[in-house]
Structure formats: structure tokens, C-alpha cells
Design a protein around this ligand. Sequence first.
Ligand code: GAP
Length: 513
Amino acid sequence: MAKQEDKFKSVISHAKEYGYVFQSSEIYDGLSAVYDYAQNGVELKKNIREYWWKAMVQMNENIVGLDSAIFMHPKVWKASGHVDAFSDPLIDNKDSKKRYRADVLIEDYVAKLDAKIEKEVKKATKRFGDAFDKVEFLATNGRVLGYKEKGAAILKRMGQSLEKEDLADVKALIEELEIACPLSGSKNWTDVKQFNLMFGTKLGASAESAMDLYLRPETAQGIFVNFLNVQKSGRMKIPFGIAQTGKAFRNEIVARQFIFRMREFEQMEMQYFIKPGTQKEWYEYWKETRMKWHMSLGMGEENYRFHDHDKLAHYADAAADIEFRFPFGFKELEGIHSRTDFDLKAHEEHSGKKLQYFDHEENKSYAPYVLETSIGLDRMFLAVFSNSLQEEELENGTTRTVLKLPSVLAPTKAAILPLVKKDGLPEIARKIMGDLKWDFNVAYDEKDAVGRRYRRADANGTPFCITVDHDTLNDDSVTIRHRDTMEQQRVKISELKDIISKEVSMKNWLLKM
Ligand code: GAP
């Protein structure tokens, strides 16, 4: 646990030190759960967004983009169910005065049971060596089955109680499991209450005429209310998708864990409009397709898993999360939701406007069903950043800090380094930079010894260093150093573009899907 916490602390401090993420309004002591992206962070975020957009929009001829406004008519949120049902169950500890999400306290308890299962597996692997059959062990070991059964029963009961709005039973469950406040150890809890997560604001110049608005808590509703506009103007045929990326706002009760849970964050969502009755196959299709997208980044299969929901949101008939192993354990990274025709029907009802698709093959109109994929851009940023940050022991006994970002996402693709600040080397380096910057984000660095500059580029996540030395004056060649292997190659300046291109091209990465 302490190791995990240390790793997480080093992620946060590295993000600050290398210009990735800063606390918002830091000089005023910050604003809780609000963050700013700095010079490198903004590039990494943009690259993740583009990687998603390429895969979701440009590679699918039946998926198009949208950029709807953050402000929407207040009736949107009544229709979507957010006014009545977008709340979290909160509980306060009377002694520590700390506020928690009741469901998260229970889920954390179950995560501890999962951790016990992992421990049993580790012990057995050690005991049985090569003869160990993990699948068999997980299916037959008494202790493991006990933990699994207990966890499943707890989650089922919690899901049912939340569904029935039986908040007294949620509190009873916390007490029965003897869950204590993680901060104080106290088990002195208040009742569980619902807390709406939407931020309210006003539209209008005078107090009397102002209209109550909400900052959107998800981007999806902008897609639903534009469904027919896009379908008609784009002559889209079912199945088709609408995708958008943009800010969303939630007044989170428990806003900690850095950019994992923020009050202002960015989503990348896609709504796929389908024929009613086909939702199961499209649900499986998008689960698999989204997992392949994650795998294409090469961050380790073992770091992802699906979590099928017992507790469904008010709009869904099936839902799963893609969970990622963050420094604080497996947590939701992306949601895949089968949303039925809930949203379109609700908007038809509240707006009085028809939101139906005319199916020429079937010769009838209907409200399509919707399959949604929804990923938090900031959460994806944290997944990529934390997984990439490594401390490596080198053969010579020293260590290096290296940010092994997938090179397609790295903010800077190459650092160009003249070996010395004289003899015409900076001029050649500047010329190389001038040529490469048309195709890649590159940086020039002439300060300090070249070894230090390599370390700086490693910690910054830059996949290549290009060193211009005295031989360059005669042979038009430079040394290119690869971040991950630290291997160095002598290459012609004219080859640089192709070498970098091959390594960072989105096409080469997405072809791994
Ligand atoms: N339209 C469906 C929807 O919004 P969600 O599961 O509430 O579903 C989707 O959110 C994704 O948005 C999550 O998987 C997560 O990656 C991201 N997300 C949600 N709340 C967040 C928060 N407070 N901070 C950062 N990311 C968040």
C-alpha cells in the first residue's frame, strides 16, 4: 500500500515538475479537484484526443463528429433524468467530519477482498511453481471462492438497495461490514443521503429574468438533442454514430486522487444509433473494439479488465466499465452503456418534437436504440502518464527516471541537441529543427552536458534525441538515441523524418488494433 502511495505521489510531483499538470489557482492555495494542463500536458491531452478521434470518427465512415454547447436548455436535464436521479449517496463520519460516497466505501471493501484473492494466487504460484494452474486454482480454491462469493453478494445487495432507493439498507450494510472512516478509523456514521452532482448557474442580465441553467454533467445529451439534425443533414443510415469531445462538470462529493475525479473534466463520447433489438450484438462489438483501442497503446494487457455492472444507471439495460490499474488500484477508465431508447424517447416527450428515424428497409419510423462509449480524457491521461513513469536501474548501477509514453502520444517527438554551443553545431541543429517542425513537435536544447540533456528528455517522455556533433560537419549524419532502449544509431540527416515518422505515426499504432 505504502509503495502504491509513493508511486502515486511521484506521479503527481513529476506531472508538476515537467510541466504536465498544475493545481488550478495554485497561488491562492488551489481549488479542490480542479487542474490546469501545462505546456507538455496540453500536448499529451491533444494527442490522446486525436488518437481517439482518428479511431472513432475518421476511421469509421458511419461515425461523424459534433461540438455542441456546454449550456443547454434546462429541460434537457429534466428529460435526461439528471435533475431527479443524477446523485450520489453520501455519508458523513460524525467524528472525522469527512464526507464519503457510501457506494465507494462499500466498493473499496470489496476491492480489499479482490486484493486478498490476488495474494492467494501469488502464494500458490510460489508454492507450486511451473505446475501452477491459475484458472483451476481460481475456480476451486475454497478461500478464493469464499472471497468471491462474499464480494458478489455485497455488491448485489448494494445494487438492489440503491435501485430501490433504500438508503437505510446501504447504511446498514456499511455497519454490518464494520467499515471504518479511512482517515480516523471511526465507525460513527450519519444516515446516507442523496446529493445531486450538477452545478447550477444563471443565464440572463437581471435577477428577475434570469433562467436557471446547469453546466452539462455529460456531453452525451448534446448528441441526443442533435440526433435528427445530424441524421438528416448527413443523410445518415442506421447504424451510425455521433462523437464529441468536450468539457463536463460534476460537483463530486469525494474529489481526490488528482485528475482521476475532477469537478471540471473532459469526456470523449460516442453514441451509436442502432435498430431496436440489435443492442446486445452492438454492446459486445463496442466492448471489444474499445478494448482493442486501449491494447493498441501497448500498456500491458494485465492492466485492463472489464467490470460488468450490477447497479445500472437509470437509462441502461446493460453496462460495463473498462477498468485500468491506476497507482491506487483497478478503477473505471471508460464506460460502455446500452442506453436503449430512453434518451430519445424522453426528449420527444419533454420537447414535444418527434425524434424518429425512418427506416426505408423496414418502411417504418422508430426511435433508435443507443450504444454509448464514454471515456474521460483526463482519466486516460492519468492512465497513460502513471503507467509510463518508471524508475530504471541501469547496468552501471545508476538509476534513471523515464516517462515511457507511447511515442504516438508523446508531447515532443524529438529533442535536437548540438553537442557544443559553438563551431557551427547550433546552426545545423536549428536547421534540422526548422525542417522537422513541419511534421512533428520538436524541441531544441543546448544547455548542460549532453548526458544531462538525455536524462531531461527521458523524464519528459521524448522518444528521440538527435545529437549534432563535429562529425556532422563532414558526413551530414547525426546520432539518434532511442528513449526506451537508450540505443544510439548514426544516421543521415535526410533519414530523420522517416525514422521518426515510422515510430510515431498514428497509422502504425492504430493498425495494432
Ligand atoms: N454519458 C455517460 C457518462 O457520462 P459516466 O460513467 O458517468 O458516463 C463516463 O462517465 C466517463 O467519464 C468515466 O468512465 C470517466 O472516465 C469519466 N469521468 C466521469 N466522472 C469524472 C470525473 N469526475 N472526473 C474525471 N473523469 C470523469
